[in-house]
Design a binder for this molecule. Structure first.
Ligand SMILES: Cc1ncc(COP(=O)(O)O)c(C=O)c1O
Length: 421
């Protein structure tokens, strides 16, 4: 098997992991006297110096409110904020920048669609289809909406192989389906779901599709037009950007007809004592002073990823995932969830040890500087469907190496020697 390491040639140009790592100050930290091995990237990623600098530069040089002032700082801040939006639009191939709405995160984007488009379009007797492998953020808003509207919430089942059961797609997504909301890549199983196929079926029955791309946009080239997404959302903090900012992409005509999500400054065109008229897109959905610094820094994160080239990012993670699957499968007592074939999954590996509780494993690994995630991964129904209440999860990104996977494996071995006698 070919392994990615410093200087390894990936598709396209050089992708030098050592050079990438040098951009991330936190990676030189020691945790419990060991070099940090950060394998919790599905939760949030680390930030390169360029993104950190963009935030401090903004506050040192440009800080001002946007869309309001005629003075130089306000004009510069507005320009930088809108340039960042245009970069995000280009990154996902959105046809126009105003179809990119800044939100706080994926959760807010999902809630926005549930509270506006779906609130307006879902009625009694209709159904909403999600999958059995959703994050709580893509379950709870739909449970609430279904209860409020007396609509049915349906789940497209997932098999024990970690794949969606597409054989039932026609009976699950039917003429009463108004919206299909599905994760592109599962944050637990790593499964890459066939979202274009889901979009196709949704459109056949006149429904819309919302894609939770929190775990895909950071890791692979995603083209909203190619998959024909009606809505798609993700968080900047999972793609080298800051916390507190996310994106909702929507088709222009859908966004244009939707009622606003929140009310206040900037989202209005005109206000009288009696009434108000809504602003044009994207501002209709951006009430109040937005997260200007972090939007600009998100643009810099997009530049960073664009420079690496997303096909290289994906290939790097594919190689790491294949290597990690090989090494973890060779250990005794480990059960890995999700598709066996690395080609069907992204860089997320959840597993359990038959003798060590995930929390014990996570704590013991932390003593060796290795950060993994343990728990239900905000997907309780899915985790429970595997008859466990918690799992350990290692997830990879652009700065991870094969050596770090070796450290994880030897960390598990060391923990085993301590716990299993
Ligand atoms: C698939 C998926 N959807 C939604 C979310 C929620 O993202 P956020 O917490 O940034 O809103 C996550 C976060 O882990 C996720 O992995």
């Amino acid at each position: 098997m070919s392994i990615t390491g410093p200087g390894t040639k990936l598709s396209g140009r050089e992708f030098d992991v050592a050079t990438v790592r040098a951009d991330f100050p936190i990676l030189s930290r020691k945790i419990n006297d060991h070099p940090l091995v950060y394998l919790d990237n599905a939760a949030t990623t680390q930030k390169p110096r360029q993104v950190i600098d963009a935030i401090s530069n903004y506050y040192e040089q440009t800080n001002s409110n946007v869309h309001r002032g005629v003075h130089t700082l306000s004009i510069e801040a507005t320009d930088a904020y809108e340039v960042a939006r245009a970069k995000v639009a280009k990154f996902i191939n959105a046809p126009r920048p105003e179809t990119v709405i800044w939100t706080r995160n994926t959760s807010e984007s999902l809630n926005l669609v549930a509270a506006t488009w779906a609130d307006k379009n879902v009625g009694e007797g209709d159904n909403i289809v999600i999958t059995a492998m959703e994050h709580h953020s893509n379950i709870v808003p739909w449970q609430q909406l279904a209860a409020r509207k007396h609509a049915e919430l349906r789940y497209l089942a997932a098999g024990k192989d970690g794949l969606l059961d597409m054989a039932n797609i026609e009976s699950t997504i039917d003429s009463r389906t108004k919206i299909v909301s599905a994760t592109h890549i599962s944050n637990v199983l790593g499964t890459v779901n066939p979202v274009a196929e889901l979009a196709n079926r949704a459109h056949e029955v006149g429904a819309v599709i919302l894609i939770d791309a929190a775990q895909s946009v950071p890791h692979m080239a995603v083209d909203v037009q190619a998959i024909d997404a009606d809505f798609l959302c993700f968080s900047a903090h999972k793609m080298l950007g800051p916390t507190g900012i996310g994106v909702l992409y929507g088709k222009y005509d859908l966004l244009d007809e939707m009622p606003p999500f929140m009310f206040g400054g900037d989202m209005i065109l005109e206000v009288t004592y009696e009434d108000a008229k809504w602003n044009e897109l994207p501002y209709k959905f951006e009430a109040g002073t937005p997260n200007i610094a972090d939007a600009i820094a998100t643009g810099v994160a997009v530049d960073y990823l664009t420079d690496l080239e997303m096909d290289n990012v994906w290939e790097h993670e594919q190689q790491l995932t294949a290597y990690a699957l090989d090494r973890l499968t060779a250990l005794n007592g480990i059960t890995i969830f999700g598709p066996e074939d690395p080609a069907l999954r992204g860089g997320v590996i959840s597993f359990v040890h038959d003798k060590i509780h995930p929390h014990d494993l996570g704590t013991a690994l932390d003593q060796q500087g290795i950060a993994i995630r343990t728990g239900h991964h905000c997907a309780m129904p899915l985790i429970r469907s595997y008859d466990v209440v918690a799992a350990a999860r290692a997830s990879f990104y652009v700065y991870n190496t094969k050596t770090e996977i070796d450290a994880l494996v030897s960390g598990i071995n060391d923990t085993e020697r301590y716990f299993v006698r």
